[in-house]
Design a protein around this ligand. Structure first.
Ligand code: UDP
Length: 322
């Protein structure tokens, strides 16, 4: 299939493009390179530099490419930034989705695999979280993604789009070629690895008074290759609706730091600081639907192999893509 990949120069988009190309698909990357990296675009992909906020640009790119399907990764994706600057999250993520769907309608493209998030659930009533959990986001990032899910759902009902929304838990890990490089970096795994590389003195642990087994927040860390595989499954079958993507296992911030110490052999000093606004205590997926319906089988479910793959990439790219 020919797939139009928005955000193909970003973390999850680059790895999914790589796996799509490995599987014999054709990829058109659409990215503004504001937060993505030219070097993260697979050399086998066609590249269109453009911004989703520019409606004409999106429509032209889509009608030129005439893809069979869209994978939509391009978005701002930092919870703390969204608490400080909500307007840019609605201005980019929501407007981008509106323009993208306009482009799809103009070009007659129906299938879209959308990069959604567990942040759409906010503080869940029940853990592990199923797709039936109420969606009450605790931050504007999650809200912006929920609005996009709703836009896609209305286009499904009224315009014949075929959306699949994949709600990721915490994406991490790397392939040999592509890994995680954000500036500024806010995610826990690249931050602890930067400490191990001597690029930071310590990692701050945001809150140790949560109602969890060791007081630090619990997240469901899922390997980027497993996420990418779920996209390919969602693309190639007749699926619809929303799917959680996680391992169903929770790891605390403290456990992430301890595993990274084991993998890197570095002491990784950690300091306890206050809670980070917008952080729910526990986010763990019930991903049975993805297993049963998509037949998704994560290959790297344990935290150690995830951190090892990220460590290998960070050691090979100590300056990221720079
Ligand atoms: N976290 C932390 N120190 C950091 C970065 C993150 O303690 O320097 C915590 C954060 O509060 C959350 C967990 O690590 O509980 C995962 O955060 P991350 O930003 O990696 O992903 P998120 O869950 O926000 O998508």
């Amino acid at each position: 299939m020919k797939v139009f990949v928005t955000g193909g120069a970003g973390y999850i988009g680059s790895v999914t493009s790589e796996l799509l190309l490995d599987a014999g698909h054709e990829v058109v990357v659409f990215d503004n390179l504001e937060r993505g990296h030219r070097a993260a675009i697979d050399s086998r992909a066609q590249f269109v530099q453009g911004d989703l906020r520019d409606r004409n640009c999106v429509i032209n790119a889509m009608t030129d490419a005439r893809p069979d399907a869209v994978m939509h990764f391009a978005a701002y994706a930092l919870v703390p930034e969204s608490m400080a600057k909500p307007e840019i999250y609605f201005g980019n993520n929501v407007v981008g989705c509106v323009n993208l769907t306009d482009g799809m309608l103009a070009a007659g493209v129906a299938k879209i695999v959308f990069s959604s998030t567990c942040a759409t659930y906010g503080q869940p009533d029940r853990v592990p979280i199923t797709e039936q959990e109420k969606q009450l986001p605790a931050n504007p990032y999650g809200e912006s993604k929920l609005i996009c899910e709703k836009i896609l759902d209305w286009h499904k009902k009224l315009r014949g789009l075929k959306p699949v929304c994949l709600r990721y838990f915490n994406a991490c890990g790397a392939t040999e070629k592509f890994g995680e490089d954000h500036d500024p970096e806010t995610h826990i795994i690249p931050i602890v690895l930067q400490v191990a590389l001597g690029k930071r003195r310590s990692v701050k642990m945001f809150g140790d008074d949560y109602d969890t087994h060791d007081g630090t927040c619990v997240r469901d860390y899922i390997h980027i290759v497993d996420l990418a595989q779920a996209h390919i499954l969602a693309l190639t079958g007749e699926f619809e609706g929303a799917f959680n993507l996680g391992n169903g296992k929770g790891n605390s911030v403290l456990e992430v730091i301890e595993t990274a110490r084991e993998v890197t052999g570095h002491p990784i000093p950690a300091e306890k600081v206050g809670r980070r606004p917008g952080d729910p205590a526990i986010l763990v997926a019930a991903a049975d639907k993805a297993r049963d319906v998509l037949k998704w089988r994560p290959k790297f479910p344990d935290l150690k192999s995830i951190i090892e793959s990220a460590w290998n990439w960070h050691r090979a790219h100590p300056e990221g893509y720079a």
